[in-house]
Design a protein around this ligand. Structure first.
Ligand SMILES: NC(=O)C1=CN([C@@H]2O[C@H](COP(=O)(O)OP(=O)(O)OC[C@H]3O[C@@H](n4cnc5c(N)ncnc54)[C@H](OP(=O)(O)O)[C@@H]3O)[C@@H](O)[C@H]2O)C=CC1
Ligand SMILES: CC(=O)[C@@H](O)[C@H](O)COP(=O)(O)O
Ligand SMILES: [Mn+2]
Length: 385
């Protein structure tokens, strides 16, 4: 019998964390869940720990005195790095939101273990420092659905054969709106994604199309491609998730149902494929296939334009963008700024920055905080107008 893969799931209580754990529970002969981490949701973490037989639990921001009987309990952000370095862990899944897990990601890659990466902020901020640490091809495997699709189209193709990457966007709930209608969008309406059920931050990013802009930068980092060779298109049905265009003019597309358990399964089991069609969900029938695409209107989706610009300029812009977006989305969700203010605030933060490009990973992480603080100030001013 083959040895089981011992997993750590960081962000276990979230939407992607749930998809990852669902895959593990359907293939218990392959996966063993060793460690689970989250920010503060102690009740859900303990429940998941019991259900999946984890040994180690970690909360980065626990309530005082947190302890769970029957588990080894760790606390604080530094503990994420301890998990990444624990020799009971063969494979680390990064499914938390935000940038707190970047040092742990760096440790896991440096240690040489397999890494499945759903968290896009990490690679947008830390890509120039963490990607060179990757020791073997596909040690780091994307879980974000579009990047997983591109990766699965590429697999063993030599880099010189790839000419362009295409990502698809659902277009979010407002893809058919006019600029005028965008002005009155509420957080409640923006949280109703037409296809995916995800955490609140990424759901708002999908509505502004910031998610797609951030994903273009993510693709540049993961596949070492310049901005002009990464494109995105609106594909309302979200059946095609990503495409790889090759130098001979052929295009490979990955088509699947929109369900995060599929990209999670691909990353967890590589180089094997799991029998997900049988144990998770059946493939789309030919009668359901829909290959319609359209261009993204950058006037309607200025956040997409801002992220594309940040990706082309590089340097301080991607980490500032991530920080400013985190703040602007939070203030929008709190009804403190309007939907269209999100792009205005992010653009102001990027334009006003006069400092240097980051030289180290620590500089890049500090820029996320700087972007967040600058956007917080602008949001507060706007709220008080
Ligand atoms: N949802 C999706 O389908 C997809 C998501 N992604 C990316 O995956 C990541 C997670 O998204 P999603 O699952 O939707 O988010 P959720 O909001 O549903 O979940 C976030 C998870 O991260 C944990 N977390 C947040 N901050 C920290 C921290 N400082 N330390 C440790 N854990 C932390 C949360 O713990 P707690 O519950 O305790 O707060 C929770 O487990 C994001 O980067 C997102 O962009 C990418 C592709 C698809
Ligand atoms: C499931 C996933 O990968 C998300 O990042 C998804 O792409 C969001 O949908 P949008 O295409 O609307 O941004
Ligand atoms: Mn995605």
């Amino acid at each position: 019998m083959e040895k089981k893969i011992r997993l750590a799931v960081i962000g276990a209580t979230g939407s992607v964390g749930g998809a990852v754990l669902d895959v593990c529970s359907r293939f218990p002969e392959i996966f063993e869940v060793t460690a689970l981490a989250a920010r503060c949701n102690a009740k859900k973490l303990a429940e998941l720990g019991r259900r999946h037989g984890a040994k180690l639990l970690c909360l980065t921001e626990p309530c005082a005195g947190w302890q769970e009987d029957g588990f080894e309990c760790l606390t604080g952000t530094k503990a994420l790095s301890e998990i990444a370095e624990d020799d009971r862990v063969d494979h680390a899944v990064f499914a938390s939101s935000g940038v707190a897990a970047i040092p742990a990601l760096q440790k896991a890659i440096s240690r040489g273990i397999d890494v499945s990466l759903a968290n896009k902020e990490s690679v947008v901020v830390a890509g120039p420092w963490v990607m060179p640490l990757v020791k073997r091809q596909w040690q780091l495997r994307p879980v974000d659905s579009e990047h997983s699709a591109v990766w699965q189209c590429l697999r063993d193709a030599p880099k010189e054969e790839l000419s362009r990457i295409w990502l698809t966007a659902s277009g979010g709930p407002f893809r058919d709106f006019t600029c005028e209608q965008m002005k009155d969008v509420t957080p409640e309406a923006a949280l109703k994604h037409p296809i995916w059920k995800m955490g609140p931050k990424i759901t708002i990013d999908s509505a502004t199309l910031m998610n797609k802009g951030i994903e273009c930068i993510e693709a540049m980092q993961l596949f070492d491609m310049p901005a002009e060779r990464v494109g995105a298109l609106i594909h309302p049905r979200s059946q095609v998730h990503g495409m790889a265009e090759f130098v001979d003019g052929t295009l490979k597309m990955l088509v699947s149902r929109a369900d995060m358990r599929l990209p999670a399964a691909a990353a967890l089991a590589w180089p094997k494929r799991l029998a997900a069609a049988e144990k998770i969900l059946p493939p789309l029938e030919p009668s359901q296939w829909d290959l319609s695409f359209r261009e993204i209107d950058e006037k309607l989706f200025p956040c997409y334009a801002a992220a594309r610009w940040a990706g082309r300029v590089g340097g301080a812009m991607p980490p500032l963008l991530v920080g400013a977006d985190e703040s602007a989305v939070r203030h929008f969700l709190n009804h403190e700024i309007s939907f269209m203010d999100i792009a205005g605030i992010i653009n102001d933060v990027l334009e006003k920055y006069s400092g240097a490009a980051p030289k180290t990973l620590e500089d890049a992480i500090a820029l996320v905080g700087e972007g967040e603080r600058a956007a917080d100030e602008l949001c507060i001013k706007r709220r008080n107008v």
